[in-house]
Design a protein around this ligand. Sequence first.
Ligand code: PEP
Ligand code: MG
Length: 582
Amino acid sequence: MTFSIHGLPVARGIAIGRAVLVASSRVEVTHYFIQPDEIKAEIERLRVARDAVVDELQRMQAEMPKDMPPELGAMLDVHLMLLQDETLAYEIRRWIKERLYNAEWALISQLEVVVRQFDEMDDPYLRERKADLEQVVDRVLRHLKGAATPIAAPPPRPPRQQDLGLDDTLDVPLVLVAHDLSPADMLQFKKSVFAGFVTDVGGKTSHTAIVARSMDIPAVVGARSASQLVRQDDWVIIDGDAGVMIVDPSPIILAEYGFKQRQGELERGRLARLKNTPAVTLDGQKIALLANIEQPGDTEAAMAVGAVGVGLFRTEFLFMGREGKLPDEEEQYAAYRAAVEGMHGMPVTIRTIDIGADKPLDDRRPDTHLNPALGLRAIRWSLAEPAMFLTQLRAILRAAAHGQVHLLIPMLAHASEIRQTLELIDRARAQLDARGAVHGRVLLGAMIEIPAAALSLRLFLRHFDFLSIGTNDLIQYTLAIDRADESVAHLYDQLHPAVLRLVADTIAAGARAGKAVSVCGEMAGDTSVTRLLLGLGLRSFSMHPSQVLAVKQEILRADAGKLQAWAQAVLDSDEPAELLVG
Ligand code: PEP
Ligand code: MG
C-alpha cells in the first residue's frame, strides 16, 4: 500500500530505489559493506561471536547457584535456543551474502524483521520473547565489537531487478533510511553509492544534513518515524525538493516521479553548461562563487563546477570518528596541502576545528554537556586545548607555503578570545621558525556566527582581514532554535528580520572598511535568497559545490544595482518572507 512520509527537504532531486535500513540498536553498530571475497570471513566472524556467547551462557548456566529463581534458568534456555536457531542464522547470513552487509548490520537487520513479526503476534508470551531476542543480539554485537575492523568500502553493484516497470538493464539504486546518522557516519556513507537518503531526526542545517548535501543526492531529514515505517527492501521514492518520501509507490506514481527525475537531469545538464561562464550580474558586478568542503578530495567537485576557490574547509571532519586519536601535524599538513594543491592556485579558506554540539569528536562518546551548542565548542575548545590548536595552526601555516591560504576562526565572540587566538597564531609561527620549517603568509578571517560578534563588528574589522558569515549558527543563536532539532525546525527562519539585520549590517560594515565579507552558511547556496543577498551588497558566496551552478544562474539573471532598494524594503519589513515570494 502506497503511503508518504513528510520531512524537511535537504538536497534536491528525485531518487527511486530500494530501502536500505540502517537500524538503531542499544549497542553502537557500525554499518559498512564488505567485498564479495570477504563474505566467508565475515560469516566466520559472526560464527565465532555467536559461539562465544553460547559458551558464556552455558558457563552461566553451569555456575548458577541452586537457589536462583527458576525463571532465570528458563531465560537462559530461551537465549541459547534463539542463538542456535538455524533459520535465524540462515537469514542473517543471507544479508551478508546477498547484500554484502557487515556482520553487525546483518544481525540488526534480521533482528528488525523478527521484532516486527513478534509485534504482530497476539500471544503475549511470544510477544515478550522480543526482549529476549534483543538481549541475545546485544550480546553477540558486543562480542563482534572486539573483533570488528570497519572499513568503508563502496557497496556492491546492487542486484538486478525487473519488476515495477523499471528498466531491467539498470541496477536498482539503494536508498538509505536511518533514525539518525552522525556526521562521521555520513562521511563513511559518502564513499558509497546511495541514490538518496532519509533520517527520522535532524534539522535542515544540522551537520548531518550538510554532509548529506555534500553527497549531492536527494535527501530528506526530520522524517520522524520513517525508519519504523519502512522495511528493508521496500521500494521508495525520495523527493528532495518537497521533503517527502513515498513508500511502496503505485505504477502511476512511479511513472510521474520517473518523469520528474528525467526533468531534473535535463536541468542539471543545462546548468552544467554554465561551468566556465564568469559569475557576473547584468550590471557587471563580479561575484565570487566559492565551495564549502569537508575533505581534501572534495576539491575535485569544487573544480568540476568552476568554483573560484574554497570559502570554507570544515577541518573538523578530519578529527571525527577516530576514537580519540587525533591527526598529528604531518597528517593534517598533508590534508591541507592536498586541498590547496587541489584548487590549483585559487584561494583555500581553512577553518580551524569546529568540534562540539552536533559534531562530537567521537560518536561513541557524544557530548554530554548540559547544552553542547552553548558549550565548549569550536574556538572555545581550541583555546582550552592549546597543544592541539597549535598543532593545527602549524599544519595550516605550512600548507600556506603551497598556495593561497586564508585562515578562518569559528565562533569568536570576545576580545579576549581574539587576543588569545592571535597570540597562538604568532606562537605557531615562532615554533615553525625555531625548527626551520617552511611556512607561508595567510589572510586571517573570523566567522560571524554569534549575534554578539555581529554586534561588535568594529572589533572584528580591526583584527581581521576578512569576515565570513556563518548563517547556520547565526540563525540558531539569534532565534534560540537548535538547528539540529526537527521539532522546532518550523521556527528556524533565515528570513527573520533580526537575522537579516545582522547579515546586512555585517556586509555593510565590511564594505565600509574595505574588507571582504562572505556568507558560508547554507543561505549562500539557497537560490531563493540569492537576489536578496546580492541586493544587500554581498559579493562572495560559499556553498556546497552542488549548489554553485544554480546560484550562478540566479546571478547571471540579476541586476545587483536595481535589487538594492528592494533589498532595503525587505530588510525594513516585519514580514520579509512576503516580499520574497515570486
Ligand atoms: C555556519 O554556522 O553557518 C557555518 C558555516 O558553520 P557550520 O555549519 O560548520 O557550523
Ligand atoms: Mg557554524
